[in-house]
Design a protein. Structure first.
Ligand code: SF4
Ligand code: SF4
Length: 594
């Protein structure tokens, strides 16, 4: 069976000369298989297509994907976005009393799955006829959709996209107005626990991404629902907030409810899930949901790149984290150093110990939101002047990727012109351009990119500039797990090859610990005062930080990835007593921890 998908945004039949139509061998023998539809886009008959792939190679814009799929997949088709559009096969299971975590690549249908489970999107079964109940005969989802259809299930959703248009009347309301409009005790208590009550008179339009995330999550969790569907709860949150949000999700679902959570931070996903379903496939082309695995096996299968029950390979090669936190012992000469710094911004004051940055090294900046990480980065970049102390980066070329990205109305190929010298270099192609998939975005308008795609272009631009110092503020935002790891590797490789020095501000501990050689940990009180400690080895930095958060982590023996210990477990107590908050040796995984 063939799946033929045409990306209408990339297809431009007015200028391509329509080689897909001309060269299709089935067209040439007189059977209409590829044609240009009235909307000017290519269309392909999947019944007559023989899957030769000629059109895929001939299309100058990479608009066509042809996938050979097993016949039985056809019986699992849940939704198709139009003729030759994205196809979603299967759905993650919903288990009563448990949280099912969903992991997978961006663009593989995770959010679409959630919309269908919420009843917000009526699946069309690809136009093949039949009903959802027949499709899921024999699985827990049959009862789920039966109850959903008869109105027996109450659903609460935390969407992925939080912001409305700035002039939307809802964004003009204050936090207090929103909270009181629900007149709900649980919401009051959740907002207090998330420290949102302190923001009372702030309008929603003035909230930071993290504050808005917590408010939206609190509203979703406060509802008296049977099923909680939560899309990317960690975005914009710091590590403290991520752990708090995860605890609240577990608490809520633990009361005999069901939860499905999409999450890209593997440590958080591991912490909050009872089961894990992997949504795999080809971004923008098709997605397939795996069965539910136990959390540890599900994540490890995903990292190994093989789903045993589906007998499906997700990628070539496994991902492991045995060198996490190790950094490089020997790094090169000092590129620049800074003295003790002080900066006051309104009511907030940041102080910083002195430090130095060496060539070929990556330094992570870790701390709460609103504690001055971006301010320190901007001082190091020479964008913000310190009130006291000096950062002698004068004469050094600095490349900076800001936290907030604003897409311009230009083709990605034109945007990347700014780094055309790097584009001509082999190392840039193999270490940055191809791993980040910029080639696939080349003909797209930057305004049409998703958050993750825009992030990859911004990172590629930052790493493409000729500089001695690279500063990347939240490079993991909107990226899936594999993309995060590729970004981390690209940063490391560019620093090593260019003999430059890099700084990363992020909240994804896995990205930071697998990418960095040293770490600056921030202490203080969000919005009031922050102090940046001097750079130390990654293990020492994370250890210090986790002590402040109050959690311990062990290492998974199969993949080396860090896992949060259950509070009060034997390992948790042992590690706290010994002061080793972050990771102990491989093999320490004990029964009952997974
Ligand atoms: S799919 Fe490619 S080759 Fe075919 S019409 Fe569109 S742009 Fe041209
Ligand atoms: S894969 Fe081959 S047979 Fe199918 S539409 Fe393309 S060129 Fe035609």
């Amino acid at each position: 069976m063939r799946l033929a998908v045409v990306d209408d945004e990339l297809c431009n039949s007015k200028i391509c000369g329509i080689p897909c139509v001309t060269f299709c061998p089935v067209n040439r023998i007189g059977t209409k298989t590829v044609w240009i539809a009235e909307n000017g886009k290519s269309r392909i008959n999947e019944q007559t297509c023989i899957g030769c792939g000629i059109c895929v190679h001939k299309c100058p814009f990479g608009a066509i994907s042809i996938i050979n799929v097993a016949d039985y997949w056809g019986k699992k088709l849940v939704h198709r976005y139009g003729e030759n559009g994205f196809a979603l096969y299967g759905l993650p299971e919903v288990k009563r009393g448990f949280v099912t975590g969903i992991i997978g690549r961006n663009g593989a249908g995770k959010s679409t799955s959630l919309k269908i489970l919420a009843g917000e999107l009526q699946p069309n079964l690809g136009g093949n006829g039949g009903s959802l109940l027949d499709l899921f005969k024999g699985s827990e989802l049959r009862q789920y959709f039966s109850d959903l259809g008869s109105g027996k299930l109450k659903i609460s959703v935390k969407p992925q996209i939080l912001t409305l248009e700035e002039d939307d009347p809802y964004m003009q309301k204050t936090v207090n107005e929103v909270i009181s409009s629900y007149n709900d005790e649980r919401l009051r208590s959740l907002t207090k626990e998330f420290a949102l009550d302190l923001l009372g008179e702030r309008r929603l339009g003035q909230l930071s991404g993290g504050e808005l995330q917590l408010l939206t999550l609190a509203i979703a969790l406060s509802k008296d629902a049977d099923v909680y569907l939560i899309d990317e709860p960690s975005s914009y949150l710091d590590v403290f907030q991520r752990m708090e949000a995860a605890k609240k999700i577990r608490e809520t679902v633990g009361r005999g409810k069901s939860g499905v959570v999409i999450e890209h931070d593997l440590i958080v996903l591991d912490y909050l899930s009872d089961y894990v379903s992997v949504v795999y496939g080809s971004p923008g082309v098709f997605g397939m949901a795996s069965r539910s695995y136990g959390t540890r096996n599900g994540i490890n299968n995903f990292l190994r790149g093989f789903l045993p029950d589906e007998n499906t390979r997700l990628r070539e090669g496994a991902i492991d984290f045995f060198d996490v936190g190790m950094g490089k012992e020997e790094v090169g000469r000092v590129i620049f150093s800074w003295e003790k710094l002080r900066k006051r911004l309104g009511d907030f004051e940041l102080t910083s110990d002195g430090g130095e940055a060496k060539e070929g090294s990556v330094t992570a900046l870790l701390g709460r939101n609103g504690i001055g990480k971006t301010t320190l980065v901007k001082m190091l970049a020479g964008i913000v002047e310190p009130d006291e102390g000096a950062v002698p980066t004068a004469g050094l070329r600095v490349s900076y990727k800001p936290q907030m990205l604003r897409p311009v109305d230009m083709l990605v190929s034109d945007v990347m012109e700014a780094v055309k010298d790097s584009l001509a270099k082999d190392y840039y192609k193999t270490e940055v351009f191809e791993p980040l998939g910029i080639d696939k975005l080349w003909n797209r308008n930057a305004k049409s990119l998703s958050g993750g795609e825009l992030q990859k272009v911004a990172v590629a631009l930052c790493l493409g500039r000729d500089a001695e110092v690279y500063l990347l503020d939240e490079p993991s935002a909107f990226l899936d797990v594999e993309e995060r790891l590729r970004v981390g590797k690209a940063i490391r490789r560019v620093m090593a090859i260019r003999r430059s020095t890099g700084f990363i501000v992020d909240h994804d501990l896995l990205l930071l610990t697998s990418t960095s050689d040293s770490m600056i940990v921030f202490e203080g009180e969000s919005g009031k005062r922050g102090h940046a400690r001097k750079p130390v080895k990654v293990l020492d930095g994370v250890n210090h930080f986790l002590k402040e958060v109050g959690i311990t982590m062990r290492r998974d023996p199969e993949t080396g990835r860090p896992r949060v210990n259950k509070e009060g477990s034997i390992l948790d107590r042992q590690q706290k007593e010994s002061g080793a908050y972050f990771m102990i040796s491989v093999g320490a995984e004990v029964e009952g921890q997974s």
